[in-house]
Structures are given as structure tokens and as C-alpha cells.
Design a protein around this ligand. Sequence first.
Ligand code: SAM
Length: 336
Amino acid sequence: MDAPSVEDRPIWDLWLSQYHLPVVLAADKLGLFEFLRDQPATVEEICQHLKLLRRSAEALTAALASTGFLVQHDARYQLTPLSRTYLLPESEFYWVPMLGAAGFGHLTTEVLLKNLGTENLGEEDRVTRRWEHGEMSAADAAASNQRMHSHSFPSALGLARAYDFPQTRRLLDVAGGSGGYAIALALQHPHLRCTVADLPPVANDARNYIDKYGCQARVDTLSFNMFDDEWPSGYDAILMTNILHDWDPRRRADLVTSSFRALPPGGHLFIHEILLNDAQDGPVPAAMFSTMMLGTRGKQLSFVELQTLLTEKGFVKVQVKPTYGYYSLVIGTKEL
Ligand SMILES: C[S@@+](CC[C@H](N)C(=O)[O-])C[C@H]1O[C@@H](n2cnc3c(N)ncnc32)[C@H](O)[C@@H]1O
């Protein structure tokens, strides 16, 4: 009997892909990245310091080196720029709060099947119901901001570098979470003043991030429920980052309509998202991220979908610009 004419490598890759995240999270919990922060180490030294079995240290270091998180020189392992930037707890860009979040970091087939079976529009829905009704404790808000900050701050800084916001002076960051976007934009662009608008406990917690980056003079906060409350006027731009992807078509339309009403003529709506392609069959990161959004009511959107939505609600000259990593900026203008 012949071997199958289609090789099974992609199946092996798929099967083994389930180890990628747990390997990094286990190394984080063991303190491996912190141990290697100041000096490279042999496998023997790693075993002694972390009290690991030899074969365990070998398996872990090989897996981490093969995926770009460690590099070996002269039989010693050391951090790479990637792990130094994103996996050291003291880094501004430490991603583990999001990588390790239950339900995201540890997606199981059971959870995926549950998510595939619902639009999350009913009372039983956990995440979006709570958001819609603004039901969030201070502790939940702080945890959410910590996760979102680790997830969003690099792309916020990337957006700030990629786009100058030439016609904007006052920007309202709707559902701005930790304030990472408002902070990044204010730091890069002295002509901008930004407001982080979010549910009350989230907006309160965002002040800690604004203080940390010394942006109090140009970034403030507003406690508001974007579905129930009047949207404030006085802003010439509205930013929504990683927001439309959480919601169903009706709520997406509400958010774009509210933006249009709140903006003055000539104002801009900025949407920062990882976009699906227009055929809706890739690229892989956008498609996988969209699968994660089954846990909310939303999906990742394509440029054409956003262009159609924005145009229907009155925006003109809808454009798209790639910005940083997998992200793109979609811009709509309210005509003068
Ligand atoms: C996926 S996070 C995005 C946060 C931020 N824009 C970012 O990109 O990091 C969703 C945000 O929407 C906020 N949110 C959810 N429902 C809201 C509501 N009804 N009114 C205001 N903000 C809301 C959440 O508190 C959270 O900060």
C-alpha cells in the first residue's frame, strides 16, 4: 500500500500546535525567563536553579528555542529580543496577563463547541451581557485592563507611529480599556488631547495607567455606558479599537450611528482592528482571532464589511491603512 499522496506534515503541525502556548506559560511560571534575564545558562544550570529534571529542562529549552523564545550559543541558552520584550514580567510589554487568561489561553474543544452553538444574545451570556449592562466589579475591571493593556499597548504604540492624526485635536477613545491607546497617541503626538471613555470601574482603573505614563495633562477619563448614555460632544475624532469585533450586527450599527451623531462635520471615526480579507478566508491570525470572538457576540471584520457599515451610517471617504503587526486602521469622515 502506498503512503497517502498528500503528506501529513500539516496534520502533525496542527496536533503539536497545542503545546506552543502551555510551553511558554509553564516556562513563565517556573521563572525560566527571569532566570535567563541576566545571564545565559547551560541546561545543567537551568536544572539546578529551577529544580527541574534533566529531560524536562531539555524538552522545555528545545521547544522554546525552536519557537524563537530562546537561542543557544556555546551550549548556553539565552533570551531572544522577542522573549526579552514580551515575556519578562517587568517589561512594559509583558504579554502573559493575556496569554494566560482562562478561556483564552486555555481554549478547549468543549468551550469552542459551546461557543459555536450560541450567538451569545441571551440572558445566559456571561461576557457581553455584563458589558452591556455595565456590571463589573473594581477587581474585574483591573484584571480586564491588565489583560487588555498587555494585548494592546504594542499595537497602540505602533498606531501612534504609523499615523499622525493631522486633523485631530480632541479624540474620544470609546471603550478605551486601560487607556493604552490614548496614552500612546498622546505621548507621540503633542497636539492631541484624548479621553478614555469606558464603564465606571474600568475608567477609574485606567487612571493608574495614565498616571504611570505621566499623561494626566492630556489624557482624561469619562465613565460611560456606550449603549445607554449620551455620547459627549466636543471631540473631532472617535477611536474604537478592538470594540466592533465584540458585538453583533445590531450593536455594531448602534456604535457607528452614535459615533456619527457625536462627531461634528469634518470629524473622523478611526477603527483599529485585525482585518479579515475581503473573501473572508484568511489570513490565519485574523481567522483564528475571529474564532476567539465566538466567545463574545462578534467576529473579525473585513475592510469591505466596515466600509459598507460606515457608508450606510453616513461616513464618506472610507479608507484603510496597515499600521503595526496584524493591525489596520480604517478611517471614515463625516462630510463637512
Ligand atoms: C476588548 S476590550 C478593548 C479595550 C481597548 N479598546 C483596547 O483595544 O485595548 C473591550 C472594552 O469595552 C469596554 N466596554 C464593554 N462594554 C461597554 C459599555 N457598555 N460601555 C463602555 N465600554 C464598554 C470594556 O470595559 C473593555 O474595556
